[in-house]
Design a protein around this ligand. Structure first.
Ligand code: HEC
Ligand code: HEC
Length: 281
């Protein structure tokens, strides 16, 4: 009887901790903006059921269905499969993902957060919506090229805390570099789509070749902390302007949902960066 009781308690404790993990994962998914790339751009679209068109210089990608549907989504995946996808950019069958899926940033997500993200995605309603194939220019349709790209340009591995920096700056660095993947847009890339390591957050280019601002103190020193916090939470600037797309979407899907300590950590980290000149290319 005692044993039975103990087993039962363990069961309840496990159930509770799993529920908590999914809740934590929901917050992490918001920070990561997963819903934006994995949900069709139409009214009443099922969240995470895929179909969002993502235009890039290499063609159009369609975010796949990542609901727990066993065939259409990732319902058949193990937790290890999920971790491998985000950490290594590799599909369960060994094929290589395109970096349009920002695993170049997500690789830095730590294990406990990856597990909670997985628990959350397992808890969303499954959708049978089939993922559609990407529409890419020749020769980018060949996934094998991603293997070469990764081999040349991708270093997998979780975020490592910098002991010389404060806890807040480390938290901000983690959010910016890993989950919130700010560098995917705010860092210049070369013609192979490779982000510059030396010019991290020095400003990028949109697929339409429009400039994306520098986030190092070179530019942001003009903003006070309250101005920056207001912008990140609402998209509003002090002169009454508002953030344009896609930053407005980053704010509504992601930054607006962050806790104040996390927003402050992002600001603290951006303030700690070396001032870098804008990319001239
Ligand atoms: C900037 C857009 C973008 C964001 C943000 C994004 N993804 Fe994706 N994701 C993609 C694309 C595009 C693919 C398909 C890549 C491919 O086919 O090579 C993908 C693929 C995936 C896959 C593999 C699905 C499969 O069927 O093989 C998983 C799992 C996934 N994403 C999870 C996430 C999670 C979790 C988040 C948030 C933390 C997230 N994604 C955020 C664009 C995005
Ligand atoms: C999908 C691409 C994308 C991502 C991801 C992204 N941004 Fe942006 N961001 C932009 C664009 C484009 C603008 C310019 C918006 C405008 O012109 O109104 C911008 C503007 C900004 C600005 C205003 C800067 C200025 O001087 O006008 C700040 C601050 C900013 N982003 C911070 C961030 C942070 C912090 C993150 C990560 C949490 C982030 N962004 C993620 C695309 C992105």
């Amino acid at each position: 009887m005692r044993q039975l009781l103990a087993a039962c308690c363990l069961c309840i404790v496990t159930a509770i901790s799993q529920a908590q993990d999914a809740k934590r994962g929901q917050y992490l998914a918001a920070v990561g903006g997963c819903v934006g790339c994995h949900t069709e751009e139409k009214k009443d679209a099922v969240p995470f059921a895929g179909g969002r068109a993502l235009k890039t210089p290499f063609g159009t990608f369609f975010g796949p269905n990542i609901t727990p549907h066993p065939q259409a989504g990732i319902g058949g995946w193990s937790e290890a499969d999920f971790i491998k996808a985000l950490r290594e950019g590799t599909r369960p069958d060994g094929a290589h993902y395109y970096p349009a899926f920002p695993y170049t940033s997500f690789t830095k997500i730590v294990d406990v957060d990856l597990r909670d993200l997985y628990a959350f995605l397992k808890s969303v309603p499954p959708s049978a919506r089939a993922s559609q194939p990407h529409d890419l220019k020749f020769p980018f349709g060949f996934r094998i090229l991603n293997m070469v790209w990764k081999w040349l340009f991708f270093t997998p591995g979780p975020f490592v805390t910098d002991a010389s920096k404060s806890q807040e700056v480390n938290r901000g660095a983690y959010l910016v570099q890993a989950l919130a993947h700010c560098g995917e847009c705010h860092t210049p890339r070369n013609f192979l789509g490779v982000s510059s390591r030396d010019l991290f957050l020095a400003g990028g280019k949109s697929p339409e070749n429009k400039g994306i601002p520098n986030l190092t103190p070179t530019r942001l020193k003009k903003w006070s902390d309250p101005e920056l916090i207001q912008y990140l939470q609402t998209g509003l600037t002090s002169d009454g302007d508002s953030a344009a797309d896609p930053m407005s979407e980053v704010i509504s899907n992601s930054l607006a949902k962050l806790t104040s300590p996390d927003i402050n950590a992002i600001v603290g980290y951006l303030r700690s960066l070396l001032p870098l000149p804008e990319d001239k290319k």
